[in-house]
Design a protein around this ligand. Structure first.
Ligand SMILES: *[C@@H]1O[C@H](CO)[C@@H](O)[C@H](O)[C@H]1NC(C)=O
Length: 207
C-alpha cells in the first residue's frame, strides 16, 4: 500500500514538471531538446515574462542596427516551447547584413518605418519586398536573408522564430570577422587581397 502511494506521489510530482513547461536551467548543458528544467517548485511568474524588449537597442555601431533577443539564453521560460522573439531597431541607413538562423524560420512584423527585407533560396532565387508599418514577411529556415531600413527615420520591427534558440550566423562576419587566412578567403570569394584586407579591417578579422 505504501509503495503504491509513493509511486502515485512520484507520478504527480514529475508530471507537473514534464507536462506543462520546462523553464531552462541555464547552468545545465543545452541539448537538441533544449536546456534541462529548473525544478518546478522554484518556477515563478517571472520565469514566463521578459521586459528586455521594452527599450530600443543601441544602434551606434557599424550596421546602425540592433537586434535585442528574447531567446532561451535571455528568457528561460521559452525553453522547450518552440518559439522566441527579438526586437529589431534600425537607425536611418541601418542594415542587418545577410545572415541565417540555422535552427528556425523567422517572421517579421514591422511596427514603425519601412524595411526592405528579403531572402535567397537554395536555388539562388531572390525574394524581397519593402514592408510598411503593419506588414509581415516570412523567411524560411536556414536561408540567407537581410533587412535594410528603407525610410528616412528609424524603423522598428518584431521578429519571431519557431525555435527558442534560432542561432545566428552573419555572412560578412563569417567571411571577414575571423582569422581565416586572407589567401583562403580570396580563393573562396574571388575577391582581391585589398578588398579582403579592407573588409577584415572593418569587421574585425585578422590574417
Ligand atoms: C551605444 O553604443 C556606443 C558604442 O559602443 C556607446 O559609445 C554609447 O555609449 C552607447 N549608448 C548607450 C545609450 O548605451
Amino acid at each position: 500500500m505504501l509503495h503504491i502511494l509513493f509511486l502515485f506521489a512520484l507520478l504527480l510530482s514529475s508530471s507537473a514538471n514534464a507536462g506543462d513547461f520546462c523553464v531552462a536551467n541555464l547552468k545545465g548543458e543545452e541539448g537538441p531538446a533544449g536546456f534541462p528544467c529548473k525544478p518546478a517548485a522554484k518556477v515563478t511568474a517571472e520565469d514566463f515574462a521578459f521586459s528586455g524588449l521594452r527599450m530600443a537597442g543601441n544602434t551606434s555601431n557599424i550596421i546602425k542596427a540592433a537586434v535585442t533577443p528574447s531567446f532561451v539564453a535571455q528568457f528561460p521560460g521559452v525553453n522547450g516551447l518552440g518559439l522566441s522573439l527579438a526586437r529589431l531597431d534600425l537607425a536611418p541607413g541601418g542594415v542587418i547584413p545577410m545572415h541565417t538562423h540555422p535552427a528556425a524560420s523567422e517572421i517579421i512584423f514591422v511596427l514603425k518605418g519601412k524595411i526592405t527585407a528579403g531572402f535567397i533560396s537554395s536555388a539562388n532565387n531572390v525574394y524581397f519586398k519593402t514592408l510598411k508599418k503593419g506588414e509581415v514577411m516570412v523567411f524560411p529556415q536556414g536561408l540567407l536573408h537581410f533587412q535594410i531600413n528603407a525610410g528616412k527615420y528609424g524603423s522598428l520591427a518584431v521578429v519571431s522564430f519557431n525555435s527558442p534558440d534560432p542561432g545566428l550566423q552573419i555572412l560578412d562576419f563569417a567571411l571577414f570577422g575571423n582569422n581565416l587566412p586572407s589567401e583562403l578567403v580570396e580563393q573562396t570569394t574571388f575577391l582581391d587581397d585589398a578588398q579582403v584586407k579592407k573588409l577584415k579591417g572593418v569587421l574585425g578579422g585578422t590574417g
